[in-house]
Ligand binder design. Structure first.
Ligand SMILES: [Zn+2]
Length: 241
């Protein structure tokens, strides 16, 4: 009888798990990258809010400067009124005074608008700060959990590798050779059968092959999908030993 039927199934179980662990492990850098991407987005949002506040503050300073300049200009123009001799020059002066007053009025409106803009931008920045802080803490937690999982996966991969090394010598070399070859293309590579039907592809098993499977003396593979066929009862007996 072929040695290691039960061990072969155990090997297959280990290999399946190992493949899943390795796949998850390989996906961890992408998960970390996604988290860092979200961190950068929160920081960029905060940066934009801070820039908007700076721009609003600059608008305020410009309006204040315009107000001061035009108030000084108005005083200068009004003083000239008493020195003017001709009507034409006087009319021109009045127009200049009117223009300065308009500019002053616009600057005053600009200051009020800037005050509103600064208030809104400061509130937006404060909100963005809160969001960024909260996001950062949540992302730190997420990174820590990815780190933990990585450690866990490395241990599992190591344990499974060791378990594999223990099982391999217990499986008949002929069986192992078939398994190593088929498992590269098919999962599962080994199926248990109890009737004349392949458990992998559901195609019927020829009577002669089925007798060989029941004997368990040589490796029998499915004529259709090439999976290794083991008899259920034979494996159960081997497990009990
Ligand atoms: Zn098959």
């Amino acid at each position: 009888m072929l040695e290691g039927l039960a061990q072969l199934l155990e090997l297959q179980r280990l290999d399946d798990e190992l493949a899943a662990f390795e796949k998850e492990h390989a996906g961890l850098p992408a998960r970390r990258e996604t988290v860092e991407q979200r961190r950068s987005e929160a920081e960029a949002e905060l940066g934009r809010a801070a820039e908007a506040l700076t721009a609003a503050e600059l608008g305020m300073r410009q309006a204040e400067t315009a107000l001061q300049d035009n108030e000084a200009e108005l005083v200068r123009l009004e003083n000239q009124q008493f020195q003017v001799k001709s009507n034409d020059v006087y009319s021109a002066l009045l127009r200049e005074i009117e223009a300065a007053k308009n500019t002053i009025s616009e600057a005053e409106t600009g200051i009020l608008e800037s005050m509103d803009a600064i208030e809104a931008a400061a509130a937006a920045r404060s909100t963005a700060e809160g969001v960024s802080k909260e996001a950062s803490a949540a992302l730190d937690t997420e990174i820590a959990s990815i780190d933990d999982r990585e450690k866990e996966l490395r241990e599992k991969i190591e344990q499974h590798g060791a378990g594999r090394l223990e099982l391999v010598p217990k499986v008949a070399p002929e069986l192992l050779k078939h398994y190593e070859r088929i498992s590269k293309r098919r999962s599962p590579a080994v199926v248990l059968v109890s009737i004349e039907l392949c458990g992998g592809c559901r195609v019927g098993i020829p009577a002669q092959d089925f007798i060989e499977i029941q004997r368990g003396e040589r490796v029998v593979t499915c004529g259709n999908c090439k999976r290794i066929l083991l008899h259920q009862a034979k494996v159960e007996t081997a497990e009990a030993l």
